[in-house]
Design a protein around this ligand. Structure first.
Ligand code: PLP
Length: 219
């Protein structure tokens, strides 16, 4: 598991302790948005996302709106691109998190994440990006994006479904709870076994304790 963590971290130029394995990209998005809001925010604080986010991002925001958070949804242009000026105009002193996907899953438009991160940081907020569609396809490192939280989905780059990770910049604490999303673990929850196996797959490390042709003892 340690090797897998190192490898996933190395992909992003992050440290191993900054990698949280999840049950997929959706769970990584949920954890980022709800985890930051619960730890740093309070009802009345503001969240910003784009109009073209994955449902797991959009629904996490709607959940928080029901808790009393304010949400600003920034538009995209005809190519699906977020204009950083729209984000700048939406930011307030109570913006805790801005979530803009790195590339859209319908049209593939790459968003100007680094420019947006610069604006968000200047107002004291955090920037999350859903990089599920870009990792493994275009170079993605944390330095390039300057994002505080990066979600990835394993099945987008050769790992199985139900595996993902959230890269969280060192020093940022998240409120972490159990989720009910199905994962490779038992009972449809997110138990350690499932995460450990999934994490190894994500890091390209052969799983242990799994029966299969390549794991059978030599006779
Ligand atoms: C942009 C984006 N984010 C998140 C996800 C969700 O990932 P997962 O299926 O691992 O939950 C997907 C899945 O297709 C996606 O395209």
């Amino acid at each position: 598991m340690g090797l897998a963590r190192q490898r996933v971290a190395a992909l992003f130029g992050a440290a191993p302790h900054e990698v949280i394995f999840t049950g997929g990209g959706s769970e990584a998005n949920n954890l980022a948005i709800k985890g930051i809001a619960s730890k740093f925010g309070a009802p009345g604080d503001q969240l910003i996302c784009s109009a073209v986010e994955h449902p797991s991002v959009a629904e996490s925001h709607q959940f928080l709106v029901r808790q009393g958070y304010r949400l600003t949804i920034v538009p995209v242009d005809r190519d699906g691109r977020v204009d950083p000026a729209h984000v700048a105009a939406a930011l307030t002193g109570r913006t805790i998190l801005v979530s803009i996907m790195h590339a859209n899953n319908e049209v593939g438009t790459l968003q100007p994440i680094r420019a947006i991160a610069h604006l968000v940081h200047a107002r004291g907020g955090l920037l999350h990006t859903d990089a599920a569609q870009t990792v493994g396809k275009v170079p993605v490192t944390r330095d390039m994006l300057d994002a505080d939280l990066i979600s990835i989905a394993g099945h987008k780059f050769s790992a199985p479904m139900g595996v993902g990770a959230l890269i969280v910049r060192s020093g940022i604490q998240l409120e972490r709870g159990r989720t009910r999303r199905r994962t490779p673990g038992r009972h449809g929850k997110c138990p350690g076994t499932g995460r450990a196996r999934g994490g190894r797959c994500l890091g390209g490390v052969p799983p242990t304790g799994v029966s299969g042709p390549d794991r059978r003892p030599a006779r």
